[in-house]
Design a protein around this ligand. Structure first.
Ligand code: FAD
Length: 466
């Protein structure tokens, strides 16, 4: 990934707004720029756009939407922003948090009402740290469905998407204005495009082992569960242009990836009253803090694994997620009629597991939990008991290019670059600077909201200057 002088671009077809990456951010940006009358093209390294978006559960948090109002959920951007800031312990940029909290609701309604996405509120359980039900998802609660619906919307708008195109080079002048880009085809051929504005929507660097080792050493050897194409190209180009990157140590982990099946097990199994034990049959944490930091705690257990334990009632809630149904189909979810039977099935010490069940039951009846988890109002587990073996994984990085309120990429002095925009995982996130600051949904909230803002800002720039 390189920056070369604008003078080397040579003759190339000009497109007003070029967008690198066709995940949730890039496709949303394309819709927004197109709506303003800008000529847009999206470049995507894969043959079919998927990105980390397709691997996700596709749940987007937003506050004050008509979907919430229809269910009498009283929510507003200030409350959403407060939840985000509480989770990151005040370590994210409050203005960026306020922007995403404020613009998230309108973005969701715009995607549903203008572009036909089938979004609705996810009910049945609340994600840790969210004080209201505010996750919006497509019917199957699957990111693959979300990306398919976004792609269909882009196709309906007749926005060109060049697939099988790895953008390798940006051409910029001394004022750091991007004049165009080069991309590589699968047969090795290079093609070029000139542009007047560029949106970086190519996510973070979870797939780049060198950058992970540098910025997130505790995850250097961990399973990476995101899209392999997220190679840190945005921050590499940013560095070449003198842009500022921020919070590079921030990331979303997850402490609940079925092992060895490699399927995400929704955190609903924990929030509804399940818990995790290690191979000794002991609990080791307050699981309800959040699934992101739980990745590190699970990886610290013997064999870097744990068992998530729940029951049939909880499984019924989790079954609304396609991933969970797939895990059941693949035999990852195991069942036993008694605690002793579960211990035998999982090869755990029966006395230790029985003591753990008893302690959790006591905590659910009001006793203090040794790990400080608040089990208030959560029913005891009932036979048949369910369990799934899980490991911790790195899902996506949250650090990225510093941006202003219009998603313009900033330089080291805080000045905006002339025509470079970033959103989603390419931009700095809202999770502070570590693993524990990630509030569920921060990833797609940034992708969809900043994507819309970036597309609109790039669109305005080119439309006003033509
Ligand atoms: C298993 C999993 C579950 C998750 N669940 C949730 C959830 O429920 N809610 C939530 O909010 N977040 C979730 N996340 C995080 C969320 O998926 C991401 O934050 C979000 O998808 C980022 O969107 P994006 O558009 O920035 O990146 P992506 O969707 O990754 O899209 C980036 C695209 O850029 C392309 N690209 C990269 N470099 C280049 C290049 N040089 N040239 C051309 N193309 C390039 C990639 O191929 C990719 O298609 C989850 C993540 C994972 C891995």
């Amino acid at each position: 990934m390189s920056i070369r002088p604008a003078s080397e671009l040579g003759p190339a077809e000009e497109i007003a707004v070029a967008i690198v990456g066709a995940g949730a951010c890039g496709l949303t940006a394309a819709l927004a720029a197109h709506e303003l009358g800008a000529e847009v093209v999206v470049l995507e390294r894969d043959a079919v756009p998927s990105g980390s978006t397709a691997l996700s559960a596709g749940l987007i948090p937003a506050a004050g939407t008509r979907f919430q109002r229809a269910r009498d959920i009283d929510d507003d951007p200030a409350l959403f922003a407060a939840d985000i800031m509480a989770k990151n312990h005040g370590r994210a940029d409050p203005e960026q948090v306020a922007l995403i909290a404020r613009e998230g609701g309108p973005a969701i309604e715009w995607l549903a009402d203008r572009h036909g996405l089938q979004l609705d509120i996810v009910e049945g359980f609340r994600y840790p740290g969210h004080s209201r039900l505010r996750m919006h998802g497509t019917p199957r609660r699957a990111g693959a469905e979300l990306i398919d619906q976004l792609r269909a919307a882009v196709e309906r708008a007749d926005i060109p998407l060049i697939a099988d195109a790895v953008v390798t080079t940006l051409f910029a002048d001394d004022e750091r204005r991007v004049h165009g880009l080069a991309f590589r085809r699968p047969d090795g051929r290079e093609e070029r495009l000139a542009c007047r504005a560029l949106v970086l929507a190519c996510n973070g660097y979870g797939g780049a082992r060198d950058l992970v080792a540098t910025h997130i050493p505790e995850m250097a050897g961990a399973l990476y569960f995101g899209h392999p194409g997220n190679q840190g190209d945005a921050i590499r180009w940013g560095a070449g242009l003198g842009a500022r990157a921020a919070d590079l140590g921030a990331y979303q982990g997850h402490g609940s990836v079925a092992s060895p099946h490699g399927i995400l097990i929704t955190w609903a199994v924990i929030m509804e009253g399940g818990f995790q034990v290690n191979t000794g049959g002991h609990r080791f944490s307050d699981e309800a803090h959040g699934y992101s930091e739980q990745a590190v705690k699970v990886l610290a257990q013997p064999g870097a694994m744990a068992y998530s334990i729940f029951d049939a009632r909880i499984a019924a809630v989790a079954r609304q997620f396609e991933d969970f149904r797939e895990a059941e189909a693949q035999g990852a979810i195991r069942q036993a009629d008694s605690v002793a039977g579960l211990a035998a099935l999982l090869d755990l010490d029966p006395d230790a597991l029985a003591a753990t069940f008893a302690a959790v039951d006591r905590a659910k009846e009001g006793a203090a939990d040794p790990f400080g988890r608040n089990f208030a109002g959560v029913p005891r587990l009932a036979a048949p008991f369910h369990a799934v073996r899980v490991t911790g994984a790195l899902f996506h990085t949250q650090g990225g290019l510093a941006i202003d309120r219009e998603t313009r990429v900033l330089d080291q002095a805080g000045r905006p670059l002339p025509n470079l925009f970033a959103g989603g995982g390419a931009a700095r996130g809202i999770s502070g600077d570590g693993v524990a600051g990630y509030l569920s949904g921060n990833g797609l909230a940034s992708a969809v909201t900043l994507g819309r803002l970036a597309g609109a800002a790039a669109g305005r720039l080119v439309v006003h200057s033509s």
